[in-house]
Design a binder for this molecule. Sequence first.
Ligand SMILES: Cc1cc2nc3c(=O)[nH]c(=O)nc-3n(C[C@H](O)[C@H](O)[C@H](O)COP(=O)(O)OP(=O)(O)OC[C@H]3O[C@@H](n4cnc5c(N)ncnc54)[C@H](O)[C@@H]3O)c2cc1C
Length: 489
Amino acid sequence: MTMDEFDVVVVGCGIAGLSAAITAQRNGARVAILERAPFEERGGNTRYTESFWRMKNADQVADDFEDRFAANAGGWPDPGILRDAVRDRENQPAVLRSLGIVDPDLIATIAEDAPKALKWLEEFGVTFDYLPLYFLSQSTTRMGPIGGGLALVEALGGYIDAEPDRFTVLYETAARGLIHDDSGAVAGVRAIGRGNKPLEIRAPSVILASGGFEGNPEMLSHYIGPQAQFIRPVSRGGHYNRGEGVRMALEAGAAPCGDFGSFHAQPVDPRSADIEPVVLNYSYGLLINDAGHRFTDEAPAMVDASYEVVTRIIMAQRHGIAFAVFDAGLDDVDNWQVTVRSREAPLEADTLEDLAKAMQIDPGEFSATVAAYNAACPDAAGFDPLRPDGLATQGLEPRKSHWARPLLRPPFRAWPIICSNCFTFGGVKVDERARVINTEGDAIPGLYAAGEVVGLYYRVYTGATSVMRGAVTGRLAGADAALRRNTPR
Ligand SMILES: Cc1cc2nc3c(=O)[nH]c(=O)nc-3n(C[C@H](O)[C@H](O)[C@H](O)COP(=O)(O)OP(=O)(O)OC[C@H]3O[C@@H](n4cnc5c(N)ncnc54)[C@H](O)[C@@H]3O)c2cc1C
């Protein structure tokens, strides 16, 4: 079947796709939306997130916003190429226009447009506020919509549902390939519906807003390596994101951007079926792998600023698993329960040997590890769980930099932790209009990317910026795509 009565096709209806579709429609476009999930599960990762935004207040992003992106700008790009960044984009050499880097212009656009996007969302009845999070204290400022990402999906999705004449939404329909015309412009999408039924939707603009490839084990193994077998999406929504958007754009010649070998890592309890069952109390205890050994500094900094790096080190362990181990001293930390979202009870025992057995770890190795750690702990005076307190181990490798207190008193408790994948970093390069840039540094006519399909992150995720990336790039893409509606097909 072929459908051709549209100006814009949007692939995906998370925050990026919904923002794009509504913006395009409000700018006069006839919009089709393709969504792999059924209606009840639409919204991908957005549906399950708490959707924190790295904001100081409703008018400004957090003070550290641009510094954090700069600190995580990736490898060591050639300064001889970067020096031309001072020119406007059209006059930059192609090698720079297509370079996969954290693009300062795009970061500046997101910083400037995030407050506008937040206020736009409030027009749909969403309220942003400073909401509690699973950290006891934070190294930055965050706001979020009351009701989380689900409130965003319901508010924007509700608008679309109320306008059936203006939006055609095809659920359980997955985009697979782009259609091009003879001029090299994008002219639509090939998709597959229930029962393996093929479908073509023709339109002069396509907005790829189908998330990353966190739900695609083949791409994860390809880009991340064999340890990818031990990670899983942090929410049900991630399973729907199988990377077709990224792949379609790359096949159309898009310049890759974002760190393909990495992803936003979160430490979760593998036993739990909860959404985002994080275990973030480990900096007050020890991390032990299944050989019974410590393998990393459990407390290099505040947990909200360091958990991603630590979690990736857990992924690198033999079976991609570790245990967060505590003695009764965990209860000295007021309110530590908010840092554990898993509702599975911890393993518990009165002796270290019995705890080792419950963890199925060699008791001798485990006891020796704890004894060496205990012997390296300083005097616990000055323990302060709410700030990096400098209580560091002495002469132990790897050291524990803060909150180092010996494990002596029963009950001993342990939570298993694996690395989960919130979303992947590998995507494509876009300009400030969310147009996809090809490997020659030029925009691909009619092709846009929004949300996770846009490559933005290297090294460590600048926390609480992915939903705002989706809202901002979605709105940019929708506005620009609508301008092409009168272009002859
Ligand atoms: C539990 C959790 C907590 C998080 N916390 C935060 C936070 O506090 N702050 C923050 O900024 N970010 C957070 N994130 C990340 C953030 O939620 C996502 O990165 C963001 O919402 C992605 O938006 P998106 O629109 O790009 O993709 P998604 O919301 O994932 O939407 C993609 C949509 O595309 C559909 N789709 C996929 N492939 C196809 C296809 N081939 N054809 C048709 N449809 C397709 C999917 O079904 C889905 O509906 C969190 C994520 C999770 C899961």
